[in-house]
Design a protein around this ligand. Structure first.
Ligand SMILES: [Zn+2]
Ligand SMILES: [Zn+2]
Length: 368
């Protein structure tokens, strides 16, 4: 099938219209007409090769919501007309211990899981193209059901930010009545506060911005602590059962270690760059762990979609048109994420896409 999208040919170039072929759904695969795609900070990093592993052309987008158009033979879970979503991955080996326990995100197969874009497609090794496009084809095991109670425009970010913070709450057994800390209140932190409350935890948010206090309280946080206020941090010492650290840049971990109860865990989901040196003494004396966590498995992603539908947890969303995405990238690059997620109106893009035929660059996915 012919698919229109927005992609970039190099780290220095803006995204521009592209047209490419996707294979029609084979056995077990689902074709999806995309209606919405969230703009994630990762999209910007990948498009600009900030991680040094981008293959071009690059068509980003892993917060995909759409409607099933056709299904391949043997598909059981979905039928034409279903409202569905696709998150950060579209395939894995489905055969290793991680996949068998529903943790496809940690697939131990030779290639790991296949990311929705800039991933390596099985079996031909071609580069995957994401949701900044009119259609996508995905095997049914990696397609999620978007509950009717969820606004399709805001469901996308739940499959990225939502699952990223939900999976550690599950893995480290956050219980009702326990105290959850959330460090850094951006896209991930917002979701962590709301989901932590939905799970019955007492939620304490840590932020540098005093001017975010009221907004964070209105999201349901029980308490807001300004992380640069040494006295307030001192008062919160040894109060947390679990801390989800969403701060995306290198920062001193020591003030956060002081917040932890004995036998508790700090889970890093934001910063992938480095931490400055910190003393392990407080970890040793209180058996505190520092851990990491990457998105979550498919079953858990479905769980968090259902949980968000039940509790009406929806990220703030600002709809944009496809040709505004470069502007949005500039805003994100400048650190002005705001307190909402940009979501591309793909239906609108589809209407105009046919007239792009002449100006869209024809691209073919290269193989690794
Ligand atoms: Zn993302
Ligand atoms: Zn696997």
């Amino acid at each position: 099938m012919k698919v229109y999208g927005y992609g970039t040919q190099s780290a220095e170039q803006d995204l521009s219209p592209v047209v490419f072929e996707r294979q029609d759904p084979k056995d077990g695969e689902v074709a999806i007409k995309i209606t919405h795609c969230g703009v994630c900070h990762s999209d910007l990093h990948q498009a600009r090769n900030d991680w040094g592993n981008t293959m071009y052309p690059c068509v980003p987008g892993h917060e995909i919501v759409g409607v099933v158009t056709t299904v391949g033979k043997g598909v059981e879970k979905f039928k034409e007309g279903d409202r569905v979503g696709v998150g950060c991955m579209i395939d894995s080996c489905l055969d290793c211990p991680s996949c068998e326990s529903g943790e496809e995100n940690y697939c131990r197969g030779p290639k790991g899981c296949t990311l929705t874009y800039n991933g390596t497609k099985n079996p031909d090794g071609s580069n995957t193209y994401g949701g900044y496009s009119t259609d996508i084809v995905v095997r049914e095991e990696f397609v999620l059901r978007v509950p009717e109670a969820l606004d399709p425009a805001s469901a996308g970010p739940i499959m990225c930010a939502g699952i990223t913070v939900y999976a550690p709450m599950k893995h480290w057994n956050l219980e009702e009545g326990q105290t959850l800390g959330v460090a850094g209140i951006g896209g991930l932190g917002h979701m962590a506060v709301a989901i932590g409350k939905a799970l019955g935890a007492r939620v304490v948010a840590f932020t540098r911005s005093e001017d975010k206090r009221e907004e964070i309280l209105s999201m349901g946080a029980d308490e807001v602590v300004i992380s640069t206020d040494a006295e307030a941090m001192e008062q919160a010492a040894q109060s947390l059962d679990l801390l989800i650290n969403t701060i995306p840049v290198p920062h001193d971990l020591e003030p956060y270690i002081q917040l932890m109860k004995p036998d508790s865990t700090i889970v890093v989901v934001g910063n992938m760059i480095k931490f400055p040196e910190f003393s392990p003494g407080p970890l040793v004396f209180n058996r505190i762990s520092v851990a990491g966590s990457l998105i979550g498995g498919i079953e858990e992603t479905q769980e968090v979609l259902d949980l968000c539908a039940k509790h009406q947890i929806t990220p703030n969303v600002k709809m944009i048109e496809m040709d505004q995405v470069n502007e949005v990238f500039e805003t994100l690059a400048a650190g002005n994420d705001g307190d909402f997620r940009h979501v591309i109106d793909i239906d609108k893009f589809r209407e105009s896409a046919r007239s792009l035929n002449g100006s869209a660059t024809k691209v073919e996915a290269p193989s690794r």
